[in-house]
Structures are given as structure tokens and as C-alpha cells.
Design a protein around this ligand. Structure first.
Ligand code: FES
Length: 306
């Protein structure tokens, strides 16, 4: 973890504040790429994940934006109501499970605060001279953050109270092989995009928890830790991470809910039963990594690179 301080806190839309974070000594921060997120451990002791949405080339500060979520678990209320300029925060990461892949053409779809990881992607697309456009929806114009930062001529802004729902099908048109669609927003929006765009041409990031099916097996399985030579048995009552801890073996973790990616581990053999909110569909299909805080095994035995 890295200790940072809040150097600015700005209201950027109704219900959205942007935090600028820096080292207390003003020193250099770890580099990051568009789509990356950080884990922030706030003074309340809780860890939350936020997309980096500032200038990717500024080495001395990070920016994140936080939507007030009245029905959330309290992290956003703490940020909005308690956290102040000068306060310390602990930072994990950055990590990137939503990277910008090379392509001649990008179509970005944002719902509400889902615009945040797309802003650095848009900046990168501009620098690269890629053909890009953005479809950005929100409840009201006043609740839509960073409208003033969108380059003119590329963004279609659709406040629902003025213009209704996003015209996804007509805006996307036919998605050809030169195009990659990036979408971030609530689950219904992502489901609508998934229905229109071939999976190979689509990258999504969810910021709300999706329904996870029951584990594919409820019988014990074994996990071999290849580097230490330890083998642990995981029964239905514990996670892989917890079973490893009981045997004195562990790996880095943060949320332990399958949402942050901190515990991502390489799978050397066996088939994982993915139960996280982090990995993209193509990463799940590859089966060569897993998040042991929540994911389990579809086979009797897994071998992890630990
Ligand atoms: S600790 Fe956050 S995904 Fe596993």
C-alpha cells in the first residue's frame, strides 16, 4: 500500500466529487494505463475500487471520481461527507483489467459514472489519432460528470430527462472488424450492448455487482501451490484464499469479494470456476488465471503459481 493525501476535492456534477491524490512529499506515483483502477482504503477502514480518470502523463497525482450512493455500503458517503483535503488515504494498485487494446476505431459507451475509465481511453485515442466516438447517457445533464472535458465533435450526450434512453442500436450501427467497443455502466446498459456487439469486439467494465450462479461443484477439491509444494483441501465452507491461509500460505488480497483483482493468481493446471466481477469473458475462457478470494474449482485439482 502507498500512503497518499487528498490534495483537492471538487464537485464535478450533482452527486459526484473528484478527488486529487498525491504523495505527501509530492513524489512520483506508479505509472498506469487507461482503464486502470486503484484500491483506496479510506479513513473509515474500508477499501473501495475507483477508476483513474485523470491525466495519464501526470506522474505526481491521480484523480478519481466518486458517485454518492445513498444505498451503498457507506464508502461513497464517507468520501462525500467526511473526507477532506489534507486527509490521508492508503492506495493499492494501480491495476488494469480493462485495458485499451490497439484498434483503428473505438466506440465508447458510458452510463453515468461509468464515463470515468473511458476518459483516459479517449485521451489516448486522441493522441494515437484513432477514429473514436462516445455515447454518454445519464439521468440528467447536471448529474453527468466531466461533460466539459469531452473533445468537441466526438461525443453524443444523452440526458434521459431530455432525450430518453440511449439510441444504442442506431448509434453503434454495424460493428466491423476494425472497431472495438468499450462500455462501462450499470448492468442493464452493458446487457444491451452485449446483445448488439460480437463478444470479440467488446470490452466491458461493470461497476455494480452482477448475479453469480451457484458454484459448479459443492464437493471438496485440492489446490496445489506449485512454488511452495503445499497442497490444501478446500471444502464448501471456505474460499481458496481462506484454505491457503489456514495452511500458512497466502497471497495479496484486498476486497475479498472478487471485485478488486488484487489476489489474481496464475493457474498452471485444472479448470477454475470463476466467481469474480473482475475478469473479462476472454480471460475467463482462457482459464489461466483466477481470483482465489471467491473463485473455486470445476475440477478435482488446481495448481496455482504460488
Ligand atoms: S481480493 Fe479483491 S478480487 Fe480477490
Amino acid at each position: 500500500m502507498t500512503s497518499l493525501v487528498v490534495t483537492a476535492k471538487d464537485v464535478v456534477a450533482d452527486g459526484v466529487v473528484a478527488l486529487t491524490l498525491a504523495r505527501p512529499d509530492g513524489g512520483r506515483l506508479p505509472d498506469w494505463t487507461p482503464g486502470a483502477h486503484v484500491d483506496l482504503t479510506l479513513g473509515s477502514g474500508e477499501t473501495r475500487q475507483y477508476s483513474l480518470c485523470g491525466d495519464r502523463w501526470d506522474p505526481s497525482s491521480y484523480r478519481v471520481a466518486v458517485l454518492r450512493e445513498p444505498d451503498g455500503r457507506g464508502g461513497s458517503r464517507y468520501v462525500h461527507d467526511v473526507l477532506a483535503v489534507g486527509d490521508p488515504v492508503e492506495l493499492g494498485g494501480p491495476r488494469n483489467h480493462f485495458p485499451l487494446v490497439p484498434a483503428p476505431r473505438y466506440r465508447f459507451v458510458a452510463g453515468g459514472i461509468g464515463v470515468t475509465p473511458l476518459l483516459p481511453m479517449i485521451a489516448a485515442a486522441e493522441v494515437l489519432g484513432a477514429d473514436w466516438s462516445l455515447l454518454y447517457g445519464g439521468r440528467r445533464r447536471a448529474s453527468m460528470a466531466f461533460l466539459d472535458e469531452l473533445p468537441a465533435g466526438h461525443a453524443t450526450v444523452v440526458p434521459q430527462d431530455e432525450a430518453g434512453l440511449l439510441p444504442l442500436a442506431s448509434w453503434l450501427g454495424t460493428v466491423d472488424d476494425d472497431t472495438v467497443v468499450y462500455a462501462c455502466g450499470p448492468a442493464p446498459l452493458l446487457a444491451a450492448v452485449e446483445a448488439l456487439v460480437p463478444a470479440a469486439r467488446l470490452r466491458t467494465e461493470r461497476f455494480t455487482t452482477t448475479e453469480i450462479a451457484a458454484p459448479v461443484r459443492d464437493t471438496p477439491f485440492t489446490v496445489e501451490l506449485a512454488r511452495s509444494g503445499t497442497t490444501v483441501t478446500v471444502d464448501a465452507s471456505v474460499s481458496v484464499l481462506e484454505a491457503m491461509r489456514r495452511e500458512g500460505a497466502t497471497t495479496l488480497s484486498s476486497c475479498e469479494r472478487g471485485t478488486c483483482g488484487t489476489c489474481e493468481t496464475t493457474v498452471l493446471a485444472g479448470v477454475p470456476d470463476h466467481r469474480d466481477q473482475v475478469l473479462a469473458d476472454h480471460e475467463r475462457a482462457a482459464g489461466d488465471c483466477m481470483l482465489p478470494c471467491v473463485s473455486r474449482a470445476a475440477t478435482d485439482h488446481l495448481v496455482l503459481d504460488l
